[in-house]
Design a protein around this ligand. Structure first.
Ligand SMILES: *Cc1c(COP(=O)(O)O)cnc(C)c1O
Length: 417
């Protein structure tokens, strides 16, 4: 412990382990450590949402070429400006403007290291002493982790499974007080696969306006919809309530490793500007790392040249996969899926523990499933809903079928006799 004469002056920051106690990555690592190394079957990963490893989800060559062109030009070996390269910001504004009743300008757009950093910046900017934020349950645990790290109190409203996982707006009203700064809406939804209607989003906007809070719209799965509801961006309601729109190319273009996303003030009334939030965002970006310059430079070409058939191919595979997931889980005795996913890459299914022998909870289920069947599924606790499971269906459909067959065999083996 000691260096001879005096004590070492450093210590670990313990609050970091508390803030990151529950993360998807953390739980995933526990499951992977629990695999049976003697099982020669291929691992079927239904726990995390990164389909980039599967050949059927390979990104478009248009995107590859855009990056190669940017690198080869040797024009982007420099540091990027704080808020991002102007042509890339303009491109993101144009991309989002296709679906908006008003026009964003490049000045409303900030480029970030994936949607992850957009969340980090948003939470950091909003965290003032005593403030609180309303988060969905189930949700995306990175919000909880960042809020804890920034000492921003998190309060949870439920998403209602019987109503297609819509926001319980009465709960939102009951939770909010004069110190509430924002509510988070993830649409299309992770972990529920929900896609909200125009009407529901409008009601959310009206509720937030009434409460005097902004809406943080996590649209990282924007346009990844395959059910009956089309994707409607929250920014459409930006004149009702100020919206911070968060997104990235990670999911729609299936390149999460490229680390580029955006944080956008969808706020035609300029309330975020007036209140200083926009200035704080810039300040926060000034002390953060930037997305790689040549990836920023590739954005205009990626957005302009990606063909519709790349998107529709992805969507068709995901629709097929969501169908397989929904139909196959119906055959599994101990789980029920209350709502067929309409978008994103996930379905939530409820565990009926009373039908199972020797399984104590969702984590126990997932650990034993990993060990006995080499299938990883995310336990609901990781997304705030104990004794549920989050199944990722965005994998090669054939592997998905195999994975669900193994899960079925597992459940039959552990059924109460
Ligand atoms: C994947 C994901 C993110 C992070 O996106 P990146 O662009 O990979 O940083 C943010 N929010 C939700 C809901 C996600 O599922």
């Amino acid at each position: 412990m000691e260096n001879g004469s005096k004590k070492w002056g450093f210590q670990a920051n313990k609050s970091l382990s508390t803030a990151s106690a529950v993360t998807v990555r953390g739980v995933l690592n526990v499951l992977l450590d629990n695999l049976n190394k003697e099982d020669t079957r291929q691992l079927i990963p239904l726990a995390h949402g990164d389909p980039s490893a599967f050949p059927c989800f390979r990104t478009t060559t248009v995107a590859d070429e855009a990056v190669v062109d940017a690198v080869r030009s040797a024009k982007y070996n420099h540091y990027a400006p704080t808020v991002g390269l102007l042509p890339a910001r303009r491109s993101v504004a144009d991309y989002l403007n296709r679906d908006l009743p008003y026009k964003l300008s490049p000045d409303d757009v900030f480029l970030t290291l994936g949607c992850t950093q957009a969340i980090e910046i948003t939470i950091t900017v909003l965290a003032r002493p005593g403030a609180n934020i309303l988060l969905p349950r189930p949700g995306f645990p990175y919000y909880e982790a960042r809020a804890a790290h920034s000492h921003l109190e998190a309060r949870h409203f439920d998403l209602i499974p019987e109503k297609g996982w819509e926001v319980d707006l009465d709960a939102v009203e009951a939770l909010a007080d004069e110190n509430t700064v924002a509510m988070v809406v993830i649409n299309p939804g992770n972990p529920c696969g929900s896609v909200y209607s125009y009407q529901h989003l409008q009601k959310i906007a009206e509720t937030a306006r009434k409460l005097g809070i902004m809406v943080i719209a996590d649209e990282v799965y924007g346009h990844l919809t395959f059910g009956n509801s089309p994707f409607v961006p929250m920014g459409v309601f930006g004149s009702i309530v100020p919206v911070l729109t968060l997104g990235s190319i990670s999911k729609r273009w299936i390149v999460p490793g490229w680390r580029i996303g955006w944080l956008v003030a969808s706020d035609p009334n300029g309330i975020l500007q007036e209140s200083g939030v926009v200035e704080s965002i810039k300040g926060c970006l000034n002390i953060s790392s930037d997305p790689v310059t040549f990836i920023q430079a590739a954005i205009p070409q990626i957005f302009e040249k990606t063909k519709e058939d790349f998107f529709s191919k992805t969507i068709n595979i995901m629709r097929e996969a969501a169908d397989i997931c929904y139909e196959k889980t119906k055959e599994i005795p101990c789980v029920t899926c209350p709502h067929k996913p309409d978008g994103s890459m996930f379905a939530m299914v409820k565990l009926n523990l009373s039908l199972l022998e020797d399984i104590s909870d969702d984590m126990d289920f997932c650990l034993k499933l990993a060990r006995e069947e080499s299938v990883t599924i995310l336990p609901g606790v990781a997304v705030g809903l104990k004794n549920w499971l989050r199944i990722t269906f965005s994998i090669e459909p054939q592997s998905l079928e195999q994975g669900l067959d193994r899960m079925k065999a597992f459940c039959q083996r552990h059924s109460r006799k």
